[in-house]
Design a protein around this ligand. Structure first.
Ligand SMILES: [Ca+2]
Length: 499
C-alpha cells in the first residue's frame, strides 16, 4: 500500500534519478492517480447524445467519450438511489449490507433511523487510508443521522444534501410525508435549509473544482454526486435563456409550490448545464496539468424518471434493463484507450476494487465483496469477470443475467427469458425454447441467494433517533410528529444500534 511517506520517497528517488540520468518519466505529483466520479441522478441510458439521445445535446460528455471508453453494458446494482449509492461505495450488492430497502420505504427518507453501517468499508475510506484527500459534493442518500454522514465514511470534506432534493416540504405528498426543510450541510453542520435548487448544480461543481485546485499536488478522490436530473428539475438562471417562452411564463406563476410535471420540460436544459459542468471539470484538469494523472468516470445512479432509456425497456425502479443499465464513460488520457466502445458487463461495484488496485491499496479481505477489478477489461484486454449479474428490486431478486441471457424471476420461478444480444428491449420471451438456459440461470440465482445468506452484513440503525437536527428558516429546530400528532422528542445521540 502506498502512503504519503512512500510518495515522498518515490519523489525523492525520482529526483535522484533525474540528477543521475537526466531523464525521469515519473509524474511530479505522485504515482497514485487521481479519481473523479461524476454521478448524476436518474439519468437514463439514452440521456446523452453519444448514447443515441435525440432529446438532449451533450457535446462535452460526448467528447469525453471520444477521448476515453464508452461502456454499453454498465450496470448499477439497484434501480433506485439509496441502494445504488451504497453499492457504488461498498463494492457490494445492497442485499449484502442490508441497504436494498429503506427503513419503511424503498429509499431512505428524512430523519431515517437506517443508514449505511459505519463499519462498512467505503471506497473513500480505502483511498483515504492510502493517502488520498477525499471530497464529496452533492447528494449522499446513505443516511442522515450523524453516524451515517459522508464525513464518517471516509470523506475529508462534504458539502451537500443528505438525501434527494425532493425530500422537502414542497413534495407533492407532503401532507402524508411531513418532510422537514431540506438541509444543506458543510461537513456535519447545517448551513442552510431549503437552498435554492436552481443553483445546486453550479454550487456543487464550483466546490468540486475548488477541491481539485486545492489538492492539485497530492492524490485526490472526488465524488461529485449531482442531484439532477432527478425530479423536480432545476437549472441555473443563465440556462433559462433557452427555455421556451411559454414554459418560462408558466414557471413564473409557480409561486410557493414546486410544479414537478411542469419542470419536466426543463430536461434538455438540465442536461445542457450538467454537460457544461463536465467540461468545466475537464478544463480544470487540463489547466492544472492533471489530465494524464486523473481517471474521470461519468455515470448515473439508476434509470430515468423524466428522461429516456431507449431502446431499453423499463425506467427507474424497474429490473428491466432501463432501470439499471446506465451510460458510463471513463477517460484517462494516455492510459485508457481513446474512442473505444466497450460492451463487457461491468458494474459500479467494480469501481471499488479497480480504483483501490490503481491506488496501490487493497480491497477489504475480511468480508465478501461483489465487485471485481476490471482494469484489464476496461483496457479491452479481457472479458467481463461476471458470470452472472443480479437484479434486485428492494430485497427481491427479480432477474439474473449471464452473457446474452436474462431471466426474469418471480418467487423463485422462471418468468421470462430474453436474449439481450438480439432483443435488447426484452420484448420476445424465449423461455419455452430454452429450458436449460433458464435452469442454469435459476441455479445462479439460488447459489447467489445462499451465498448472501451466509455472507451478509447489517445496516446501521439508530435505536434512539436524532430528530429535529435540522433548523428551519426561523432558526428553530424542526421536529417530526408521530402518528398521534405528538412531537417526537429530540434524541440524545446514544450509541448506534443494529438490527
Ligand atoms: Ca436516482
Amino acid at each position: 500500500m502506498y502512503t504519503s511517506a512512500t510518495r515522498r520517497i518515490a519523489g525523492a528517488a525520482c529526483l535522484a534519478a533525474l540528477l543521475a540520468l537526466s531523464a525521469c518519466h515519473q509524474p511530479p505529483e505522485s504515482e497514485q492517480p487521481n479519481f473523479i466520479i461524476i454521478f448524476t441522478d436518474d439519468q437514463g441510458y439514452a440521456d446523452l447524445s453519444s448514447y443515441g439521445g435525440q432529446h438532449v445535446s451533450t457535446p462535452s460528455i460526448d467528447r469525453m467519450a471520444a477521448e476515453g471508453v464508452r461502456l454499453t453494458n454498465f450496470y448499477v446494482a439497484a434501480p433506485l438511489c439509496s441502494p445504488s449509492r451504497a453499492a457504488l461505495l461498498t463494492g457490494s450488492y445492497p442485499i449484502r449490507n442490508d441497504m436494498a430497502y429503506g427503513s419503511d420505504f424503498l429509499v431512505l427518507l428524512a430523519e431515517d433511523p437506517k443508514g449505511l453501517h459505519p463499519d462498512e468499508i467505503t471506497l473513500a475510506e480505502i483511498l483515504q487510508d492510502a493517502g488520498y484527500r477525499t471530497g464529496m459534493f452533492g447528494k449522499w442518500h446513505l443516511g442522515d443521522q450523524p453516524e451515517f454522514l459522508p464525513t464518517r465514511q471516509g470523506f475529508d470534506e462534504f458539502f451537500g444534501i443528505p438525501y434527494s432534493h425532493d425530500i422537502h416540504p414542497y413534495h407533492p405528498k407532503q401532507a402524508l410525508m411531513n418532510f422537514p426543510p431540506l438541509p444543506l450541510l458543510e461537513d456535519e453542520t447545517v448551513i442552510e435549509t431549503d437552498p435554492d435548487a436552481d443553483r445546486l448544480t453550479r454550487r456543487f461543481t464550483d466546490r468540486a473544482i475548488g477541491f481539485i485546485r486545492e489538492n492539485r499536488n497530492q492524490p485526490f478522490f472526488l465524488y461529485l454526486a449531482h442531484p439532477m436530473p432527478h425530479q423536480p428539475l432545476h437549472i441555473s438562471p443563465e440556462f433559462m435563456r433557452d427555455v421556451p417562452a411559454e414554459l418560462k411564463e408558466a414557471l413564473g406563476h409557480e409561486g410557493d409550490v414546486v410544479d414537478y410535471p411542469l419542470r419536466d420540460g426543463l430536461f434538455r436544459q438540465v442536461m445542457k448545464e450538467l454537460d457544461g459542468t463536465v467540461q468545466d471539470i475537464l478544463d480544470t484538469l487540463r489547466e492544472l496539468n492533471l489530465d494524464h494523472n486523473t481517471l474521470v468516470i461519468f455515470t448515473s445512479d439508476n434509470g430515468p424518471y423524466v428522461g429516456s432509456a431507449e431502446p431499453l425497456q423499463g425506467r427507474k425502479g424497474s429490473t428491466f434493463e432501463g432501470g439499471m443499465r446506465v451510460p458510463a464513460i471513463l477517460r484517462w488520457p494516455g492510459t485508457l484507450p481513446t474512442g473505444e466502445v466497450n460492451h463487457e458487463i461491468i458494474t459500479t461495484m467494480d469501481l471499488l476494487p479497480t480504483l483501490a488496485g490503481l491506488a496501490g491499496a487493497e480491497s477489504p479481505r475480511d468480508r465478501k465483496l461483489d465487485g471485481k477489478d476490471v482494469w484489464i477489461v476496461l483496457n479491452g484486454q479481457d472479458n467481463s469477470p461476471h458470470q452472472a449479474l443480479f437484479y434486485y428490486f428492494g430485497n427481491e431478486l427479480q432477474a439474473v443475467r449471464s452473457g446474452a441471457w436474462k431471466l426474469h424471476i418471480r418467487e423463485d420461478h422462471a418468468q421470462a427469458l430474453y436474449n439481450l444480444d438480439t432483443d435488447i428491449g426484452e420484448h420476445s420471451d424465449v423461455l419455452s425454447e430454452n429450458p436449460s438456459v433458464a435452469q442454469r440461470l435459476l441455479r445462479y440465482a439460488r447459489e447467489f441467494k445462499a451465498d448472501v445468506a451466509d455472507n451478509s452484513r447489517p445496516a446501521g440503525w439508530r435505536s434512539n433517533l436524532v430528530t429535529g437536527i435540522f433548523i428551519n428558516r426561523n432558526g428553530r429546530r424542526v421536529h417530526r410528529k408521530d402518528s398521534q400528532g405528538r412531537q417526537v422528542p429530540h434524541g440524545d445521540r446514544e450509541t448506534l444500534g443494529t438490527r
